[in-house]
Design a protein around this ligand. Structure first.
Ligand code: GBH
Length: 443
């Protein structure tokens, strides 16, 4: 392995930024796009802070060319975006909607022309509403539909996309969407949630197999959000609670994908609360465990558990109440993933911090907190690499401020500020800093 000096990253290391379709595109009626569960959800009263919706968002659908030039100006080596399934198949099945497909073809062409490696996520939560009307991910059929849609994408862009990610954060979709009723489709049912989990996993595995069958050149993986879990003190109770939470929030997603089975602790709990076990057919686990080329790691916050199994806060929080700032957690997480899954290369597909800044009369947003956050997390990633972790890249969440789900536009994660009245993009201090880091290959 090439020696890492100071905080310089290896030449092939992919410095990128990430976004997702519903959070930036807007243009929800353009070119035959079908309705999604997030269109439905965001238009229900009381669901989203201030009644915000993704109808316009960053209007990226109409401003893609300028946004590509912004990425070029930043010097990005990679860009992670998601594809809105309902632009490709408005009802989630059937023939390709060519105008929708053309948008992603132009995006991918534009990235490649600028020397930016495209990473495409196939599902970042915006399920076509027509499929939801037939049970959505509670229905096994949706996994098959997803693999069919994935296959259409591999046929169209298989040779141009560097890396495919099947699903973004199945945990968040299951938890927020089906257990806590705060994301689309707005359900509160453990029974249904874990059926959804199995079908998501199955869809992932079927898409991986479709990718292999297509003969496309690129890599494929899945993007999982994970938190290192620490006991809040030295008691055996806290240790036990932390292990349980780790099983439930990390291993429940890692083990099926990388070892082809659900971990027994969470599985036994699920079996008591959900008919999910009845949905597992013979052969499913082998499909789910189909080998992947890369694991996407999304890290925002650590988690602590005390002996009463309560969550404990130990570090300063960001503007998002759920986020504790702890860069060391990223090193710990990466090292642990490499220890448990030594054959799998890793890429940080999301890492970022929420702020609530407003441009006002100032010319620039001096987001020193974000600069420090990115610096400290990149340094943590670098330490993990120095310990031998095969980390291939780092994608900052996010390229620009966007629709932060149930928090609407109030929560800003971008390194580029978006003025939602004018759609003007204004690079924050963190964007200038990142640009410099990319140019120098480190800091
Ligand atoms: C990622 O989610 C998403 O992939 C991305 O779309 C999003 O914009 C970004 O990070 C920033 O949030 O829901 O209040 O009960 C991170 C997902 C957010 C999931 C916080 C768990 C827990 C607290 N995490 N959530 S809450």
């Amino acid at each position: 392995m090439r020696e890492l000096v100071g905080t310089s990253f290896p030449p092939g290391f992919v410095f990128g930024t990430a976004t997702a379709a519903y959070q930036i595109e807007g243009a929800v009626h353009a070119d035959g796009r079908g309705k999604t569960i997030w269109d439905t959800f965001s238009h229900q009263r009381g669901r989203i802070l201030h009644g915000d919706t993704g109808d316009v968002a960053d209007d990226h659908y109409h401003r893609m060319k300028a946004d590509l030039d912004l990425m070029k100006w930043l010097g990005l080596r990679g860009y992670r975006f998601s594809i809105a399934w309902s632009r490709i198949q408005p009802t989630g099945k059937g023939a390709v909607n060519h105008k929708g497909m053309d948008f992603y073809k132009r995006l991918v062409d534009g990235l490649r022309a600028r020397g930016i490696k495209p990473m495409a996520t196939l599902f970042h939560w915006d399920l076509p509403q027509a499929l939801q009307n037939h049970g959505g991910w509670e229905s096994r059929d949706t996994a098959k539909r997803f693999a069919d849609y994935a296959q259409l994408m591999f046929e169209a862009l298989g040779d141009q996309v560097d890396t495919w990610m099947t699903l973004n954060e199945p945990k968040t979709f299951v938890q927020n969407g089906y257990r806590w009723n705060v994301h689309a489709p707005g359900v509160k049912s453990d029974a249904r949630a874990f059926v959804v989990l199995h079908h998501l996993m199955l869809g992932h595995g079927m898409a991986v197999q479709a990718h292999r069958a297509s003969g496309a050149g690129g890599k494929i993986g899945i993007a999982l959000n994970m938190s290192p879990v620490y006991p809040s003190d030295r008691s055996s109770g806290a240790k036990k609670a932390a292990n349980w939470f780790d099983d439930f929030s990390n291993r429940l997603y890692l083990e099926p994908v990388l070892h082809g089975h659900y971990p027994s602790g969470p599985y036994n709990w699920i079996a008591k609360h959900s008919p999910m076990p009845k949905k597992i057919r013979s052969g499913d686990m082998a499909i789910i465990g189909s080998p992947i080329d890369v694991l996407g790691v999304q890290y925002y916050s650590p988690a602590y558990r005390d002996r009463h199994n309560n969550a404990v806060v130990k570090h300063p929080r960001s503007a998002a109440s759920w986020q504790q700032i702890y860069p060391q957690g990223l090193e710990d997480l990466l090292v642990r993933l490499h220890r448990d899954y030594p054959r799998t290369p890793l890429v940080v597909t999301e890492n970022g911090i929420a702020t609530k800044e407003y441009l006002g009369k100032h010319k620039r947003i001096e987001d020193k907190q974000r600069v420090k956050f990115m610096h400290d997390h990149l340094a943590a990633a670098h330490r993990a690499m120095a310990k031998g972790v095969p980390l291939q890249g780092y994608f900052a969440w996010s390229l620009m401020d966007n629709f932060e789900w149930n928090q609407g536009y109030s929560m800003r994660f971008g390194i580029v500020y978006v003025d939602y009245k004018t759609q003007r993009r204004v690079p924050k201090r963190s964007a200038l800093w990142y640009r410099d880091v990319i140019r120098r290959g480190g800091f």
